[in-house]
Design a protein around this ligand. Structure first.
Ligand SMILES: Nc1ncnc2c1ncn2[C@@H]1O[C@H](COP(=O)(O)OP(=O)(O)OP(=O)(O)O)[C@@H](O)[C@H]1O
Ligand SMILES: [Mg+2]
Length: 316
């Protein structure tokens, strides 16, 4: 629910060779010099918290605290006092004053996970904090100055929530200074084998077991699965194979049935047709390059003319 560590504790690295991961690395590098708020969008388990920690780690705030709060996991009635803190006696049961997560992140970074789940009244209060750089604890009257960087994360389309009127537009603009999108794993299958290799080593270390490998047949299944739970699901599958399997090589039968079972028929479907993948890849390159074609062509390793021809072919 809540995670607080200093930057030094988190030694995680961002694994992957897809354009999405490479562009994230590039953005991390660029972001390191700027103390701006960041909005992270991506499905559950795609690595939003990992990226948030990296944004913190490369920033000038790296020696300050990193506090992660999952807004969807805390009941609405509690979230306000958890975030803003409260004075002693502010409400029944509030014997002692608390500082709250926002002040706990003073001098550092706060990750507000599932920010789209915040009630309208909390959205307004958060907006005031960002505008005034001060927090008023529940039951208090005096604003307490704070210096925080906010990284907001969401697994839904926040822009749509704004259009639908469930998320405040002004708060959206405050949070969305830089937006980073993390693609679902099924749209960057080229990351799967690297992640498998990385997770095999990580899980072995965590369970104090010798490192295992994955047979080509099992790898083909892992590559073809749709991974609705993204990298987290992949990590769980590897962990399960270590715990339940005995052999040094992980085989298809060591994989859970929802991954292995449907693989024979689903394998073909799970792969996007090459033309679709190609179009997606070109779109992403253009997005990362802010529409600058020469830059997109360079990223894709082709010349501008070829890019232009493909854009025409795909009606981009
Ligand atoms: N590119 C990556 N390289 C290495 N590890 C990754 C990568 N992406 C995700 N992970 C790992 O996968 C797990 C899930 O990632 P994380 O908790 O950051 O996802 P999330 O997007 O915050 O999920 P949720 O929406 O459910 O909160 C973590 O253990 C994280 O370290
Ligand atoms: Mg998360």
């Amino acid at each position: 629910m809540v995670t607080a560590t200093t930057a030094k504790e988190s030694e995680a690295t961002l694994i992957g060779r897809s354009l999405c991961i490479r562009s994230l690395r590039h953005h991390l590098l660029r972001l390191s010099g700027y103390d701006v708020n960041v909005l992270l969008e991506g499905e559950s388990g795609t690595g939003k918290e990992l990226v948030a920690r990296l944004v913190h780690r490369v920033s000038a705030r790296r020696d300050g605290p990193f506090v992660g709060v999952n807004c969807a996991a805390i009941h609405e009635s509690l979230l306000e006092s958890e975030l803003f803190g409260h004075e002693a006696g502010a409400f029944t049961g509030a014997e002692q004053a608390t500082v709250g997560f926002l002040r706990a992140a003073d001098g550092g970074t706060i990750l507000l996970d599932e920010v789209g789940d915040m009630s309208e009244s909390l959205q307004s209060k958060l907006l005031r904090v960002l505008e005034e750089r001060a927090v008023i604890p529940v039951g208090g009257t005096q604003p307490v100055p704070i210096d925080i960087r906010v990284i907001a994360a969401t697994n839904r389309d926040l822009a749509r929530a704004v259009e639908e009127g469930t998320f405040r537009r002004d708060l959206y603009y405050r949070l969305n200074v830089i937006r980073l999108d993390i693609e679902p794993l099924r749209r960057r299958r080229e990351d799967i084998s690297l992640l498998v290799e990385y997770l095999l080593r990580q899980v072995a270390t965590a369970l104090a077991l010798p490192v295992r490998s994955v047979s080509p047949a099992a790898m083909a299944i892992l590559m073809a699965h749709d991974w609705p739970g993204n990298v987290r699901e992949l990590g769980n599958v590897i962990q399960r194979a270590y715990v339940l399997g005995r052999r040094p090589v992980i085989e298809p039968e060591d994989l859970p049935t929802d991954v292995f079972g449907g693989a024979t028929e689903a394998g073909a479907e799970a792969f996007a047709p090459l033309q679709v993948a190609l179009r997606d890849h070109i779109c992403l390159a253009l997005e990362v390059s802010n529409g600058v074609r020469s830059q997109a062509a360079r990223l894709l390793g082709i010349d501008r003319k070829s890019l232009w021809r493909m854009m025409r072919r795909f009606d981009l």
